[in-house]
Design a protein around this ligand. Structure first.
Ligand code: NOJ
Ligand code: CA
Length: 585
C-alpha cells in the first residue's frame, strides 16, 4: 500500500512538473539572438534610394557571419507609409518599394537555407486608412465593414478624450463628415484602430497570421498589442483617474483593455499553438505587475514581451522625450533591469534591448558617442545586452557602433512623430530650440539612417539618392573597415554572440546584482555554485577601481574584455573608461 501511495505521489509530481513550465525550461527562442533590420535602410538593390528585400537577400551571408539566429523585419507589407509601414493597406502584399512576393519567398528561403529564422511585424491594432476595410467602413453607417473600426456618432456629442500619438492636436478621434461620425486612432489619423471587439476582425487577423506562418515564417513581433481591446463605451477618463490608477500614463490605461487577455488566448489557441513559432509583444503600457499575464507559459498567450521602463528612463517629466541634461543615474538603471529580471525568475521569459527603430542609437543615448569613447562604450553596451538573462533584441548598425545623426533642422526629419511633435510644440508656443536639441539625442530618425557598408558614396547603401541622410561618420564606421580590424566593434559583437551561444550559463543562469549602490559600475553574476560568471561594466569615462571583496578574482579566467588588458590586483579590478569584462569565477 505504502509503495502504491509513493508511486502515485511521484507520478503526480512528474505530471505537475510536466504541465507547469518554468523559466529554465529550454526553448530555441530563449537561446536565440534576434537581429532587427529596418528594411528601408539596410541595402538598396535597385538604386531608388530605399532599402528592399533583394538588398537584404544579397547580404544574408553578412548577417549569418554575426552569429545571430533570428531576423526581425519591421513591416514589409503594402503601405502608403504615413508611419513607415506601421500603416498597412494590404496585409497579404509586399510594400512595392520593398519588392514582390517572389522576392519575399526567395528571402525566406535564403534565410532558412542558412539556418536563420524570420520574425515579421504584426501591426493589427490599427490599419492604414487606405486599407479596403477602412475605405468601406467610412462609406456609410450600414456598410458591412462599419464595425471593423471604432466609430462614434456625432449626434452623441464629442467623444471623451483619447490620445492620438502622432497628431499635432494630440487627439485620437477624427471627425469624418461623410457619415457625421468620429473614428478612433491611437496613432495618426491615417492609422485607424481596428475593432477587435468584432469577432470578424479577429478572424481576419488570425487568418492573415496563418497565411504568413503557412509560408514558413517563424513568428511575430506584435506592434502595440496591449492596445487591442477597448472599453467601447469610451468613458471619460479624468486627470485624477489617470494619475491615481494609471500613473499618469495614458498607455497604461489603453494597454489594459477589458478583453485583451481573452483575445491573446484565442489567438494562441487558433494560431500560435499550431506552429513552432515565437511571439513577442511590444509591451506598451505594461508594468512589471502585468508582464506575466502575457508570458506565463501556463496561460497560453505569448512567449515574450519587451518593456519601456528601461528606454524611457532618464527623461524629464512632462516634456516630450527630453533627456535630463545631467545624464542618467546608473543606480536607477540597474534597479530597472534587475526588477525586470526578477519578474521572470520562475516563470515566463524576458527580453533585453537598448536600441530599435523607435529609439535613438544606443551608444549616443546610453554610452558615449564622442570619438574617444564611441567604440569602447558600444562594446560595453553590447556586453550588457549579451549577458543578461533574457533574449537579446539587437538593432542593426549597433554592431558597428553607429551613432545618432543629430539633425539640426526639422526639415531634415522624415519621421511623423518628430514632425507632429515639432508642430505641437510650435502651436503651444514652446521652446523649439530645446525641442531640436532633445531630438538630437532621442528622435527615432537617428536610428533609421542607412546602414554603413563601406566608405564609398552613400556608404555603399545605394547608388541613388538615399531616402534619408547618411551619417558622415560612415567614412570610418562601416562594415568594410571593421571586418578587417580584429578589435573593431563589429568583431567584438561577433565574439560576444559566440560567447553567449556557447555558454548556457549566460542564457539560463541566475542573475544576481551585486554592489547595487555603486554609481559607476554595473556588476552582476550569472549562474550559481561552481558555474558562475562575473560581469563588470564601467558606465563612466573615468578609470574606476572595483572592489572584488575577500577572495578577489586574481587568476580567474577572463572570458571577454573590451580592452586588450585588464589590471587585476589582489582585491581590486581597475577598470578603464567603459571597460567591460566577463570573468569565470
Ligand atoms: C510601435 C512601432 O514600433 C512604431 O514604430 C509605430 O510608430 C507605432 N507602434 C504605431 O504602429
Ligand atoms: Ca530599392
Amino acid at each position: 500500500m505504502k509503495k502504491l501511495v509513493a508511486i502515485l505521489f511521484i507520478c503526480s509530481l512528474a505530471f505537475h512538473g510536466y504541465s507547469k513550465e518554468n523559466s529554465s525550461d529550454k526553448k530555441w527562442w530563449k537561446e536565440a539572438v534576434v537581429y532587427q533590420i529596418y528594411p528601408m535602410s539596410f541595402k538598396d538593390s535597385n538604386g531608388d534610394g530605399i532599402g528592399d528585400l533583394k538588398g537584404i537577400l544579397s547580404e544574408l551571408d553578412y548577417i549569418k557571419s554575426l552569429g545571430v539566429d533570428v531576423i526581425w523585419l519591421n513591416p514589409i507589407f503594402e503601405s502608403p507609409n504615413a508611419d513607415n509601414g506601421y500603416d498597412i493597406s494590404n496585409y497579404r502584399a509586399i510594400m512595392k518599394e520593398f519588392g514582390t512576393m517572389d522576392d519575399f519567398d526567395a528571402l525566406l528561403k535564403g534565410m532558412h537555407d542558412r539556418g536563420l529564422k524570420l520574425l515579421l511585424d504584426l501591426v493589427a491594432n490599427h490599419s492604414s486608412d487606405q486599407h479596403e476595410w477602412f475605405q468601406e467602413s467610412r462609406k456609410s453607417r450600414t456598410n458591412p465593414y462599419r464595425d471593423y473600426y471604432h466609430w462614434w456618432p456625432a449626434e452623441k456629442g464629442k467623444p471623451a478624450f483619447r490620445p492620438g500619438n502622432f497628431e499635432v492636436d494630440g487627439s485620437g478621434w477624427r471627425f469624418d463628415s461623410l457619415t457625421n461620425a468620429y473614428y478612433l486612432h491611437y496613432f495618426n489619423f491615417r492609422q485607424p484602430d481596428l475593432n477587435w471587439e468584432n469577432p470578424k476582425v479577429r478572424a481576419e487577423v488570425y487568418d492573415m497570421m496563418k497565411f504568413w506562418l503557412d509560408k514558413g515564417i517563424d513568428g511575430f513581433r506584435m506592434d502595440v498589442i496591449p492596445f487591442i481591446s477597448k472599453d467601447v463605451n469610451f468613458p471619460i477618463i479624468t486627470d485624477k483617474d489617470l494619475k491615481e490608477k494609471y500613473n499618469g500614463d495614458w498607455s497604461q490605461y489603453i494597454g489594459n483593455g477589458p478583453f485583451l487577455h481573452q483575445y491573446l488566448r484565442e489567438m494562441n489557441e487558433q494560431v500560435l499553438s499550431k506552429y513552432d513559432c515565437m511571439s513577442v509583444a511590444e509591451g506598451t503600457g505594461t508594468t512589471v505587475q502585468q508582464a506575466l499575464d502575457f508570458v506565463d507559459a501556463d496561460r497560453k498567450e505569448l512567449n515574450m514581451l519587451y518593456h519601456y521602463d528601461g528606454v524611457n528612463y532618464g527623461y524629464l517629466p512632462g516634456k516630450f522625450k527630453t533627456p535630463d541634461p545631467k545624464g542618467y543615474d546608473l543606480v536607477g538603471f540597474k534597479t530597472i533591469y534587475s526588477k525586470w529580471d526578477s519578474v521572470f525568475a520562475n516563470k515566463g521569459w524576458g527580453t533585453i534591448y537598448l536600441g530599435n527603430h523607435d529609439q535613438p542609437r544606443m551608444v549616443t543615448r546610453w554610452g558615449n558617442d564622442s570619438p574617444q569613447f564611441r567604440e569602447v562604450s558600444s562594446k560595453m553596451l553590447t556586453t550588457f545586452l549579451m549577458t543578461m538573462r533574457a533574449t537579446p533584441y539587437y538593432y542593426f548598425g549597433d554592431e558597428l557602433g553607429m551613432s545618432n545623426i543629430k539633425f539640426s533642422s526639422i526639415d531634415e526629419y522624415k519621421d511623423i512623430e518628430s514632425i507632429a511633435m515639432y508642430e505641437m510644440t510650435k502651436n503651444k508656443g514652446g521652446d523649439l530650440n530645446e525641442f531640436i536639441e532633445a531630438q538630437k539625442i532621442t528622435a527615432r530618425d537617428n536610428s533609421r539612417t542607412p546602414f554603413q557598408w563601406n566608405a564609398k558614396t552613400n556608404a555603399g547603401f545605394t547608388v541613388g539618392t538615399p531616402w534619408i541622410k547618411i551619417n558622415e561618420n560612415s567614412k570610418t564606421v562601416n562594415v568594410a573597415i571593421e571586418n578587417k580590424d580584429p578589435n573593431s566593434v563589429l568583431n567584438y559583437f561577433r565574439k560576444m554572440v559566440q560567447l553567449r551561444n556557447t555558454n548556457k550559463t549566460l542564457i539560463y543562469g541566475k542573475y544576481e546584482l551585486i554592489d547595487k549602490a555603486n554609481p559607476n559600475i554595473y556588476a552582476y553574476t550569472r549562474g550559481e555554485g561552481k558555474d558562475k560568471i562575473l560581469v563588470l561594466l564601467n558606465f563612466t569615462k573615468e578609470n574606476v577601481n572595483w572592489n572584488a571583496g575577500g577572495k578577489g578574482v586574481l587568476g580567474k579566467k577572463i572570458l571577454i574584455n573590451n580592452y586588450t588588458d585588464l589590471n587585476l590586483k589582489k582585491h581590486t579590478v581597475e577598470l578603464r573608461p567603459y571597460q567591460a569584462v566577463c570573468i569565470q569565477l
